[in-house]
Write a protein that binds this ligand. Structure first.
Ligand code: MG
Length: 239
């Protein structure tokens, strides 16, 4: 990730506040962007993915885990790989892997207040599924803030960072890309957004989870802003 450390850190210490006055559509990734998933939620989902791959492909655990990682790197999501190479049914898989304990997750009132303050429409754009997103947003106390949740079904199972994912949601919501900002913890997911003309914000994380996925191309211009604190960042920008 060294190659993406190119934008100045924005926030209260920055010389002038980042200017977001042109933004009318606010697009947020879910996991590790609107909440910290690397504190246990990813681990639960990943363990259930391995359970699913074990049962579905009739493999022992270590082999199932290895297969899962190969599919993830090659197809962008484990599900996409299971569907394309093994004919898995998406509903079955999505329901199974997201059946997790969210009791550690509690309302985030300061982020909720910062989101509420943003002028325009707000969206969630996740490679996960909308039932999972609804449960998470419910726990965070944010469900009412979003005009729509775009999930892997909205994208016809072509996950971010495939350009088709972005084009389908832009069309569905009638977005003007130059008036949209996208926030994501995976820098490679910002490149197509930037190519379409969106303002991009990278939620920096030192988590190892982001390194499991496909290798992605990120050019210096793809990351418009970066921060490790979304709430503070949203309070710092000009809107
Ligand atoms: Mg994420």
């Amino acid at each position: 990730m060294e190659s993406v450390n190119i934008a100045a850190d924005d926030g209260p210490g920055a010389e002038s506040p980042p200017d977001f006055r042109h933004v009318k559509s606010w697009i947020f990734d879910l996991d590790n962007t609107l909440y910290r998933a690397d504190n246990g939620i990813f681990a639960q989902i990943e363990a259930r993915m391995t359970d699913y791959v074990m049962a579905f492909l009739k493999l022992p655990r270590a082999a199932a885990y290895a297969r899962q990682k190969v599919l993830y790197r090659q197809y962008g999501t484990t599900l996409n790989g299971l569907m394309r190479e093994h004919g898995a049914a998406p509903d079955d898989y999505l329901h199974y892997v997201h059946d997790i304990d969210l009791s550690d997750l509690s309302p985030d009132t300061s982020l909720t207040a910062a989101l509420e303050n943003l002028p325009g429409r707000r969206f969630v754009f996740t490679n996960g599924c909308r039932d999972h997103a609804a449960r998470i947003l419910g726990r965070l106390g944010m469900a009412h803030l979003f005009d729509a949740v775009w999930d892997i079904r909205t994208m016809a199972f072509q996950p971010k960072p495939q350009m088709g994912a972005y084009q389908s949601v832009v069309a569905a919501a009638g977005l003007t890309c130059k008036q949209a900002a996208m926030f994501d913890d995976i820098p490679g997911n910002l490149a197509p957004a930037r190519a379409l003309g969106m303002t991009t914000v990278w939620l920096k994380s030192d988590s190892a989870w982001g390194k499991h996925g496909p290798v992605m191309d990120v050019a210096p211009g793809d990351i418009g802003h970066q921060t490790d604190d979304l709430t503070q960042f949203l309070h710092s920008i000009r809107i």
